[in-house]
Design a protein around this ligand. Structure first.
Ligand code: PXG
Length: 467
Protein backbone atom coordinates (compact mmCIF):
# COMPACT_ATOMS: atom_id res chain seq x y z
CA UNK A 1 0.00 0.00 0.00
CA UNK A 2 1.33 3.35 -0.93
CA UNK A 3 -1.50 5.53 -2.14
CA UNK A 4 0.49 8.72 -1.70
CA UNK A 5 2.38 8.34 -4.90
CA UNK A 6 -0.44 9.56 -7.07
CA UNK A 7 1.57 12.54 -8.19
CA UNK A 8 4.76 11.83 -10.08
CA UNK A 9 7.61 13.55 -8.33
CA UNK A 10 9.74 15.61 -10.60
CA UNK A 11 11.55 18.85 -10.00
CA UNK A 12 9.33 20.86 -12.30
CA UNK A 13 10.51 24.36 -11.40
CA UNK A 14 13.72 25.44 -13.05
CA UNK A 15 16.35 26.87 -10.72
CA UNK A 16 19.99 27.98 -10.68
CA UNK A 17 22.69 25.31 -10.52
CA UNK A 18 23.06 23.48 -7.22
CA UNK A 19 26.41 25.15 -6.52
CA UNK A 20 24.90 28.59 -7.15
CA UNK A 21 21.90 27.78 -4.94
CA UNK A 22 24.26 26.90 -2.09
CA UNK A 23 26.12 30.17 -2.56
CA UNK A 24 22.86 32.13 -2.51
CA UNK A 25 21.67 30.16 0.51
CA UNK A 26 24.79 31.18 2.42
CA UNK A 27 24.59 34.76 1.18
CA UNK A 28 20.93 35.47 1.89
CA UNK A 29 18.96 32.71 3.54
CA UNK A 30 19.04 32.12 7.29
CA UNK A 31 17.88 28.56 7.92
CA UNK A 32 16.24 27.69 11.24
CA UNK A 33 18.28 26.90 14.34
CA UNK A 34 21.72 27.04 12.77
CA UNK A 35 25.23 28.13 13.54
CA UNK A 36 25.73 30.41 10.53
CA UNK A 37 29.52 30.20 10.79
CA UNK A 38 29.43 26.40 10.77
CA UNK A 39 27.06 26.54 7.79
CA UNK A 40 29.76 28.42 5.87
CA UNK A 41 32.45 25.96 6.91
CA UNK A 42 30.33 23.03 5.79
CA UNK A 43 29.49 24.68 2.47
CA UNK A 44 25.78 25.37 2.91
CA UNK A 45 22.57 23.40 2.92
CA UNK A 46 21.32 20.26 1.27
CA UNK A 47 18.74 21.55 -1.20
CA UNK A 48 15.60 19.40 -1.25
CA UNK A 49 13.84 19.67 -4.59
CA UNK A 50 10.95 17.21 -4.75
CA UNK A 51 9.36 14.25 -3.04
CA UNK A 52 6.82 11.47 -3.36
CA UNK A 53 5.41 8.95 -0.91
CA UNK A 54 8.09 8.53 1.77
CA UNK A 55 11.03 9.65 -0.37
CA UNK A 56 12.66 13.05 -0.74
CA UNK A 57 15.09 14.04 -3.48
CA UNK A 58 17.90 16.59 -3.31
CA UNK A 59 19.52 18.79 -5.91
CA UNK A 60 22.61 16.55 -5.95
CA UNK A 61 20.51 13.68 -7.25
CA UNK A 62 20.18 11.73 -4.00
CA UNK A 63 16.98 9.90 -3.09
CA UNK A 64 16.47 9.69 0.66
CA UNK A 65 13.91 7.74 2.69
CA UNK A 66 12.34 10.37 4.89
CA UNK A 67 12.36 8.78 8.32
CA UNK A 68 11.27 12.13 9.82
CA UNK A 69 8.16 12.86 7.71
CA UNK A 70 9.64 16.27 6.98
CA UNK A 71 9.77 17.49 10.57
CA UNK A 72 7.39 15.04 12.29
CA UNK A 73 4.56 16.29 10.08
CA UNK A 74 4.03 14.81 6.61
CA UNK A 75 1.70 12.13 7.98
CA UNK A 76 -0.05 11.29 4.68
CA UNK A 77 3.21 11.31 2.72
CA UNK A 78 4.34 13.47 -0.17
CA UNK A 79 2.76 13.95 -3.58
CA UNK A 80 -0.94 14.04 -2.68
CA UNK A 81 -2.41 15.71 -5.73
CA UNK A 82 -5.83 16.05 -4.08
CA UNK A 83 -4.32 18.35 -1.45
CA UNK A 84 -2.83 20.47 -4.24
CA UNK A 85 -6.19 20.48 -6.04
CA UNK A 86 -8.15 21.55 -2.98
CA UNK A 87 -5.66 24.38 -2.33
CA UNK A 88 -5.92 25.46 -5.96
CA UNK A 89 -9.73 25.56 -5.84
CA UNK A 90 -9.80 27.46 -2.55
CA UNK A 91 -7.16 29.95 -3.73
CA UNK A 92 -9.37 30.82 -6.67
CA UNK A 93 -12.60 30.94 -4.67
CA UNK A 94 -11.35 32.78 -1.57
CA UNK A 95 -7.59 32.71 -0.89
CA UNK A 96 -7.83 34.63 2.34
CA UNK A 97 -10.20 36.24 4.72
CA UNK A 98 -9.74 37.05 8.40
CA UNK A 99 -11.78 36.08 11.45
CA UNK A 100 -11.37 39.30 13.45
CA UNK A 101 -14.50 41.30 12.69
CA UNK A 102 -17.27 38.77 13.21
CA UNK A 103 -16.36 37.11 9.94
CA UNK A 104 -15.59 33.47 9.27
CA UNK A 105 -15.00 31.30 6.22
CA UNK A 106 -16.55 28.01 5.20
CA UNK A 107 -13.34 25.92 5.53
CA UNK A 108 -12.54 27.39 8.98
CA UNK A 109 -16.00 26.56 10.33
CA UNK A 110 -15.97 23.10 8.79
CA UNK A 111 -12.48 22.33 10.08
CA UNK A 112 -13.35 23.47 13.62
CA UNK A 113 -16.41 21.22 13.52
CA UNK A 114 -14.34 18.29 12.25
CA UNK A 115 -11.67 18.72 14.92
CA UNK A 116 -14.33 18.95 17.64
CA UNK A 117 -15.80 15.68 16.41
CA UNK A 118 -12.39 13.99 16.66
CA UNK A 119 -11.69 15.28 20.16
CA UNK A 120 -15.25 14.90 21.46
CA UNK A 121 -16.24 15.31 25.10
CA UNK A 122 -15.58 18.72 26.55
CA UNK A 123 -13.04 19.77 23.90
CA UNK A 124 -15.46 21.57 21.62
CA UNK A 125 -14.00 24.98 20.76
CA UNK A 126 -11.19 25.58 18.28
CA UNK A 127 -8.92 28.62 17.91
CA UNK A 128 -6.72 28.59 14.79
CA UNK A 129 -3.17 29.86 14.27
CA UNK A 130 -0.38 29.03 11.85
CA UNK A 131 2.24 27.21 13.91
CA UNK A 132 2.62 24.98 16.93
CA UNK A 133 4.34 27.82 18.77
CA UNK A 134 1.36 30.12 18.26
CA UNK A 135 -1.05 27.37 19.31
CA UNK A 136 0.84 27.08 22.61
CA UNK A 137 1.03 30.86 23.04
CA UNK A 138 -2.73 30.87 22.56
CA UNK A 139 -3.18 28.21 25.24
CA UNK A 140 -0.94 30.19 27.58
CA UNK A 141 -2.92 33.42 27.14
CA UNK A 142 -6.28 31.65 27.25
CA UNK A 143 -5.44 29.85 30.51
CA UNK A 144 -4.24 33.01 32.26
CA UNK A 145 -7.29 34.90 31.06
CA UNK A 146 -9.54 32.09 32.30
CA UNK A 147 -8.13 32.20 35.82
CA UNK A 148 -8.50 35.99 35.92
CA UNK A 149 -12.15 35.61 35.00
CA UNK A 150 -12.60 32.82 37.54
CA UNK A 151 -11.56 35.31 40.21
CA UNK A 152 -8.24 33.55 40.85
CA UNK A 153 -5.75 35.95 39.20
CA UNK A 154 -2.96 34.61 41.40
CA UNK A 155 -3.10 31.34 39.42
CA UNK A 156 -0.47 32.30 36.85
CA UNK A 157 2.20 29.61 36.94
CA UNK A 158 2.63 27.01 34.20
CA UNK A 159 4.54 23.86 35.07
CA UNK A 160 6.34 22.08 32.21
CA UNK A 161 9.22 19.58 31.95
CA UNK A 162 12.90 19.98 31.23
CA UNK A 163 13.67 18.98 27.67
CA UNK A 164 10.09 19.57 26.52
CA UNK A 165 9.60 21.36 23.19
CA UNK A 166 6.70 23.75 22.87
CA UNK A 167 7.97 26.11 20.18
CA UNK A 168 10.31 28.95 19.42
CA UNK A 169 8.33 32.10 20.24
CA UNK A 170 9.02 33.80 23.58
CA UNK A 171 6.22 31.92 25.36
CA UNK A 172 6.88 28.71 23.39
CA UNK A 173 10.58 28.70 24.25
CA UNK A 174 9.77 29.52 27.88
CA UNK A 175 7.22 26.74 28.15
CA UNK A 176 9.70 24.37 26.55
CA UNK A 177 12.52 23.01 28.63
CA UNK A 178 15.50 23.44 26.31
CA UNK A 179 18.27 25.05 28.33
CA UNK A 180 20.28 26.16 25.30
CA UNK A 181 17.24 27.99 23.96
CA UNK A 182 16.55 29.57 27.36
CA UNK A 183 20.11 30.86 27.51
CA UNK A 184 19.43 33.17 24.56
CA UNK A 185 17.11 36.08 25.32
CA UNK A 186 16.88 35.68 29.09
CA UNK A 187 14.18 33.04 29.09
CA UNK A 188 12.02 31.59 30.48
CA UNK A 189 9.72 34.52 31.16
CA UNK A 190 8.50 34.68 34.77
CA UNK A 191 5.80 32.27 35.89
CA UNK A 192 7.05 29.13 34.18
CA UNK A 193 8.53 26.23 36.14
CA UNK A 194 10.10 22.99 34.97
CA UNK A 195 10.16 19.55 36.54
CA UNK A 196 11.98 16.37 35.45
CA UNK A 197 11.09 14.56 32.25
CA UNK A 198 9.88 10.93 32.28
CA UNK A 199 13.03 9.71 30.53
CA UNK A 200 13.56 6.26 32.00
CA UNK A 201 16.64 5.34 29.91
CA UNK A 202 18.40 8.63 30.61
CA UNK A 203 17.29 9.55 34.11
CA UNK A 204 15.89 6.44 35.76
CA UNK A 205 18.11 3.73 34.34
CA UNK A 206 18.61 1.79 37.55
CA UNK A 207 15.04 2.17 38.82
CA UNK A 208 12.07 -0.07 38.19
CA UNK A 209 9.54 1.30 35.73
CA UNK A 210 6.93 1.78 38.47
CA UNK A 211 9.32 3.49 40.87
CA UNK A 212 10.59 5.86 38.21
CA UNK A 213 7.07 6.66 36.96
CA UNK A 214 6.00 7.53 40.50
CA UNK A 215 9.12 9.60 41.22
CA UNK A 216 8.85 11.58 37.97
CA UNK A 217 5.13 12.26 38.34
CA UNK A 218 5.35 13.05 42.05
CA UNK A 219 7.72 15.89 41.23
CA UNK A 220 4.66 17.67 39.93
CA UNK A 221 2.86 17.37 43.25
CA UNK A 222 5.97 18.41 45.16
CA UNK A 223 6.37 21.52 42.99
CA UNK A 224 2.68 22.42 43.31
CA UNK A 225 2.90 22.17 47.09
CA UNK A 226 6.15 24.12 47.20
CA UNK A 227 4.78 27.01 45.13
CA UNK A 228 1.27 26.91 46.56
CA UNK A 229 -1.60 25.12 44.79
CA UNK A 230 -3.55 28.36 44.51
CA UNK A 231 -0.79 29.80 42.30
CA UNK A 232 -0.68 27.06 39.67
CA UNK A 233 -2.58 27.70 36.45
CA UNK A 234 -1.72 24.66 34.34
CA UNK A 235 0.57 21.77 33.56
CA UNK A 236 1.66 21.43 29.93
CA UNK A 237 3.18 18.34 28.34
CA UNK A 238 3.66 16.44 25.11
CA UNK A 239 2.10 12.97 25.55
CA UNK A 240 5.38 11.67 24.06
CA UNK A 241 8.20 14.24 23.91
CA UNK A 242 9.37 14.41 20.31
CA UNK A 243 12.21 16.90 19.84
CA UNK A 244 13.49 15.99 23.31
CA UNK A 245 14.38 12.52 22.01
CA UNK A 246 11.16 10.48 21.72
CA UNK A 247 10.61 10.14 25.44
CA UNK A 248 7.86 7.56 25.88
CA UNK A 249 6.73 7.88 29.51
CA UNK A 250 6.73 4.78 31.69
CA UNK A 251 3.49 3.00 32.54
CA UNK A 252 1.48 4.91 35.14
CA UNK A 253 3.22 8.26 34.67
CA UNK A 254 0.46 10.08 32.82
CA UNK A 255 -2.25 8.54 34.97
CA UNK A 256 -0.57 9.98 38.04
CA UNK A 257 0.02 13.40 36.40
CA UNK A 258 -3.65 13.56 35.40
CA UNK A 259 -4.73 12.68 38.95
CA UNK A 260 -2.45 15.32 40.50
CA UNK A 261 -3.81 18.02 38.16
CA UNK A 262 -7.38 17.11 39.14
CA UNK A 263 -6.53 17.00 42.85
CA UNK A 264 -5.27 20.60 42.83
CA UNK A 265 -7.60 22.03 40.19
CA UNK A 266 -4.65 22.60 37.84
CA UNK A 267 -5.59 22.72 34.15
CA UNK A 268 -4.00 20.10 31.92
CA UNK A 269 -2.70 21.21 28.50
CA UNK A 270 -1.60 18.45 26.11
CA UNK A 271 0.71 19.56 23.31
CA UNK A 272 -0.35 17.28 20.45
CA UNK A 273 1.77 19.01 17.81
CA UNK A 274 3.70 15.79 17.13
CA UNK A 275 1.45 13.15 18.73
CA UNK A 276 -1.77 14.25 17.03
CA UNK A 277 -3.25 12.82 13.84
CA UNK A 278 -2.28 9.20 14.19
CA UNK A 279 1.38 9.33 15.15
CA UNK A 280 0.87 7.13 18.24
CA UNK A 281 -1.87 4.99 16.68
CA UNK A 282 -4.67 7.12 18.11
CA UNK A 283 -6.11 10.39 16.80
CA UNK A 284 -4.44 12.19 19.70
CA UNK A 285 -1.85 11.21 22.25
CA UNK A 286 -4.06 12.12 25.20
CA UNK A 287 -6.54 9.49 24.02
CA UNK A 288 -3.82 6.84 23.97
CA UNK A 289 -2.90 7.62 27.58
CA UNK A 290 -6.53 8.01 28.71
CA UNK A 291 -6.12 11.66 29.74
CA UNK A 292 -8.78 14.31 30.21
CA UNK A 293 -7.08 17.57 29.16
CA UNK A 294 -8.70 21.01 29.37
CA UNK A 295 -6.87 22.29 26.31
CA UNK A 296 -4.90 20.63 23.55
CA UNK A 297 -2.71 22.16 20.85
CA UNK A 298 -2.04 20.73 17.42
CA UNK A 299 -0.20 21.62 14.18
CA UNK A 300 2.07 19.54 11.89
CA UNK A 301 -0.11 16.46 11.12
CA UNK A 302 -3.24 18.65 11.05
CA UNK A 303 -2.34 19.51 7.44
CA UNK A 304 0.46 16.96 7.06
CA UNK A 305 2.68 20.02 6.64
CA UNK A 306 1.22 20.84 3.23
CA UNK A 307 0.29 24.31 4.47
CA UNK A 308 0.95 25.96 7.84
CA UNK A 309 -1.98 25.71 10.23
CA UNK A 310 -2.39 24.97 13.93
CA UNK A 311 -5.18 24.87 16.47
CA UNK A 312 -5.81 25.24 20.18
CA UNK A 313 -8.83 23.23 21.29
CA UNK A 314 -10.44 24.54 24.45
CA UNK A 315 -12.90 22.94 26.86
CA UNK A 316 -16.52 23.93 27.00
CA UNK A 317 -16.15 25.03 30.62
CA UNK A 318 -13.49 27.63 29.74
CA UNK A 319 -15.46 29.10 26.83
CA UNK A 320 -18.67 29.10 28.87
CA UNK A 321 -16.93 31.24 31.48
CA UNK A 322 -15.76 33.73 28.82
CA UNK A 323 -19.35 33.91 27.58
CA UNK A 324 -20.82 34.25 31.05
CA UNK A 325 -18.41 37.08 31.92
CA UNK A 326 -19.05 38.74 28.57
CA UNK A 327 -15.29 38.95 28.05
CA UNK A 328 -13.47 39.59 24.79
CA UNK A 329 -10.33 37.48 24.26
CA UNK A 330 -7.85 40.04 22.94
CA UNK A 331 -5.85 37.59 20.86
CA UNK A 332 -5.56 36.50 17.25
CA UNK A 333 -3.42 36.37 14.14
CA UNK A 334 -3.96 37.63 10.62
CA UNK A 335 -3.91 34.04 9.44
CA UNK A 336 -6.16 32.57 12.17
CA UNK A 337 -8.49 30.23 10.31
CA UNK A 338 -6.80 30.84 6.94
CA UNK A 339 -9.32 29.37 4.49
CA UNK A 340 -6.81 27.77 2.12
CA UNK A 341 -4.87 26.15 4.95
CA UNK A 342 -8.13 25.03 6.56
CA UNK A 343 -9.39 23.50 3.30
CA UNK A 344 -6.16 21.52 2.95
CA UNK A 345 -6.31 20.40 6.58
CA UNK A 346 -9.89 19.20 6.13
CA UNK A 347 -8.97 17.13 3.09
CA UNK A 348 -5.89 15.81 4.90
CA UNK A 349 -8.09 14.55 7.74
CA UNK A 350 -10.42 13.02 5.17
CA UNK A 351 -7.46 11.12 3.69
CA UNK A 352 -6.39 9.86 7.12
CA UNK A 353 -9.96 8.63 7.73
CA UNK A 354 -10.53 7.20 4.25
CA UNK A 355 -7.30 5.20 4.33
CA UNK A 356 -7.72 4.10 7.95
CA UNK A 357 -4.22 5.37 8.77
CA UNK A 358 -4.76 5.69 12.52
CA UNK A 359 -5.86 2.07 12.88
CA UNK A 360 -3.10 0.98 10.52
CA UNK A 361 -0.48 2.61 12.77
CA UNK A 362 -1.98 1.04 15.90
CA UNK A 363 -2.51 -2.46 14.57
CA UNK A 364 -0.14 -3.03 11.71
CA UNK A 365 2.76 -0.77 10.83
CA UNK A 366 3.44 0.54 14.34
CA UNK A 367 3.95 -2.93 15.84
CA UNK A 368 5.88 -3.89 12.69
CA UNK A 369 8.34 -1.03 13.21
CA UNK A 370 8.73 -1.91 16.88
CA UNK A 371 9.60 -5.52 16.01
CA UNK A 372 11.90 -4.50 13.16
CA UNK A 373 13.88 -2.19 15.44
CA UNK A 374 14.65 -5.14 17.72
CA UNK A 375 17.03 -6.37 15.04
CA UNK A 376 19.34 -3.52 16.02
CA UNK A 377 19.97 -4.95 19.49
CA UNK A 378 22.76 -7.06 17.98
CA UNK A 379 24.89 -3.90 17.83
CA UNK A 380 27.19 -3.37 20.81
CA UNK A 381 26.53 0.38 20.63
CA UNK A 382 22.74 0.07 20.85
CA UNK A 383 21.49 0.50 24.40
CA UNK A 384 17.76 0.52 23.71
CA UNK A 385 15.21 0.76 20.94
CA UNK A 386 11.72 2.02 21.67
CA UNK A 387 8.70 3.07 19.69
CA UNK A 388 5.01 3.78 20.03
CA UNK A 389 2.99 3.82 16.85
CA UNK A 390 5.25 5.42 14.27
CA UNK A 391 7.54 7.39 16.53
CA UNK A 392 10.74 5.67 17.58
CA UNK A 393 14.24 5.99 18.97
CA UNK A 394 17.56 4.16 19.15
CA UNK A 395 19.88 4.93 22.08
CA UNK A 396 23.59 4.89 21.25
CA UNK A 397 25.84 3.85 24.15
CA UNK A 398 29.51 3.20 24.80
CA UNK A 399 28.87 -0.01 26.70
CA UNK A 400 25.99 -2.36 26.25
CA UNK A 401 23.80 -2.89 29.30
CA UNK A 402 24.52 0.65 30.50
CA UNK A 403 23.46 4.14 29.48
CA UNK A 404 27.06 5.38 29.34
CA UNK A 405 27.80 7.56 26.33
CA UNK A 406 30.79 7.87 24.02
CA UNK A 407 33.28 10.67 24.57
CA UNK A 408 33.43 13.01 27.45
CA UNK A 409 30.18 14.70 26.65
CA UNK A 410 26.76 13.71 25.46
CA UNK A 411 26.10 14.06 21.77
CA UNK A 412 29.37 12.60 20.48
CA UNK A 413 28.01 9.44 18.88
CA UNK A 414 24.51 10.49 17.78
CA UNK A 415 25.65 12.80 14.97
CA UNK A 416 28.10 10.14 13.70
CA UNK A 417 25.29 7.59 13.36
CA UNK A 418 22.94 10.17 11.83
CA UNK A 419 25.52 11.23 9.25
CA UNK A 420 26.06 7.61 8.21
CA UNK A 421 22.26 7.18 7.90
CA UNK A 422 21.89 10.25 5.69
CA UNK A 423 24.85 9.17 3.55
CA UNK A 424 23.21 5.76 3.19
CA UNK A 425 19.88 7.26 2.14
CA UNK A 426 17.86 7.64 5.35
CA UNK A 427 16.84 10.95 6.94
CA UNK A 428 16.75 10.68 10.74
CA UNK A 429 17.60 13.15 13.51
CA UNK A 430 20.13 12.84 16.30
CA UNK A 431 18.99 14.27 19.62
CA UNK A 432 22.31 14.12 21.40
CA UNK A 433 22.94 10.33 21.38
CA UNK A 434 19.41 9.31 20.55
CA UNK A 435 18.50 8.62 16.94
CA UNK A 436 14.85 9.55 16.47
CA UNK A 437 12.38 8.77 13.71
CA UNK A 438 8.79 9.47 12.75
CA UNK A 439 8.15 8.32 9.18
CA UNK A 440 4.98 9.14 7.21
CA UNK A 441 2.02 7.02 8.35
CA UNK A 442 1.74 5.49 4.87
CA UNK A 443 5.16 3.81 5.06
CA UNK A 444 4.93 0.22 3.83
CA UNK A 445 6.39 -2.85 5.53
CA UNK A 446 9.03 -3.06 2.78
CA UNK A 447 9.96 0.57 3.40
CA UNK A 448 10.20 -0.07 7.17
CA UNK A 449 12.55 -2.95 6.36
CA UNK A 450 14.61 -0.60 4.23
CA UNK A 451 14.66 2.01 7.01
CA UNK A 452 15.91 -0.54 9.53
CA UNK A 453 18.39 -2.02 7.03
CA UNK A 454 19.95 1.41 6.58
CA UNK A 455 20.05 1.96 10.35
CA UNK A 456 21.68 -1.47 10.70
CA UNK A 457 24.38 -0.76 8.12
CA UNK A 458 24.95 2.76 9.47
CA UNK A 459 25.38 1.48 13.04
CA UNK A 460 28.07 -0.95 11.85
CA UNK A 461 29.90 1.86 10.06
CA UNK A 462 29.48 4.27 12.98
CA UNK A 463 30.77 1.69 15.48
CA UNK A 464 33.98 1.43 13.44
CA UNK A 465 34.35 5.22 13.34
CA UNK A 466 33.71 5.56 17.08
CA UNK A 467 36.03 2.71 18.13
N1 PXG B 1 5.13 21.64 20.14
C1 PXG B 1 5.77 20.52 19.78
C2 PXG B 1 5.53 19.27 20.55
C3 PXG B 1 6.62 20.53 18.69
O1 PXG B 1 7.26 19.41 18.33
C4 PXG B 1 6.11 22.87 18.38
C5 PXG B 1 5.28 22.79 19.47
C6 PXG B 1 6.26 24.17 17.68
O2 PXG B 1 5.70 24.12 16.43
P1 PXG B 1 6.16 25.19 15.31
O3 PXG B 1 5.18 24.93 14.21
O4 PXG B 1 6.01 26.54 15.89
O5 PXG B 1 7.57 24.88 14.94
C7 PXG B 1 6.80 21.72 17.96
C8 PXG B 1 7.73 21.80 16.78
C9 PXG B 1 13.22 19.06 16.16
C10 PXG B 1 12.17 20.11 15.92
O6 PXG B 1 14.37 19.43 16.20
C11 PXG B 1 10.88 19.91 16.34
C12 PXG B 1 9.93 20.92 16.15
C13 PXG B 1 10.30 22.09 15.51
C14 PXG B 1 11.61 22.26 15.08
C15 PXG B 1 12.56 21.27 15.27
O7 PXG B 1 12.88 17.89 16.32
N2 PXG B 1 8.68 20.74 16.66
Amino acid sequence: MNPATNATATATRTHPSTARLRELDLAHHLPAQQNYRLMQTLGGSRIITHAEGVFIHDADGNTILDGMAGLWCVNVGYGRSELADVAHEQLLQLPFYNTFFRTATVPAVELATKIASLTGGKLQHVFFSSSGSEANDTAFRMVRHYWDLRGQPQRKIFISRWNAYHGSTVAGTSLGGMKLMHAQGDLPIPGIEHICQPYKFGEGFAESEDAFAARAANELEERILKLGPDKIAAFIGEPVQGAGGVIIPPRGYWERIGAICKKYGVLLVCDEVICGFGRLGSWFGYQHFGLDPDLITMAKGLSSGYLPISATVVSHEIIELLREKDSEFFHGFTYSGHPTCAAVALRNIEIIEREGLVKRVAEDIGPYLSKALERLHRHAIVGETRSLGLIGAVEIVRQKGTNLRFGNKEGTAGPVVRDRCVANGLMVRAVRDTIVMSPPLIITRAEVDKLVDILDKSLTEAAALLA
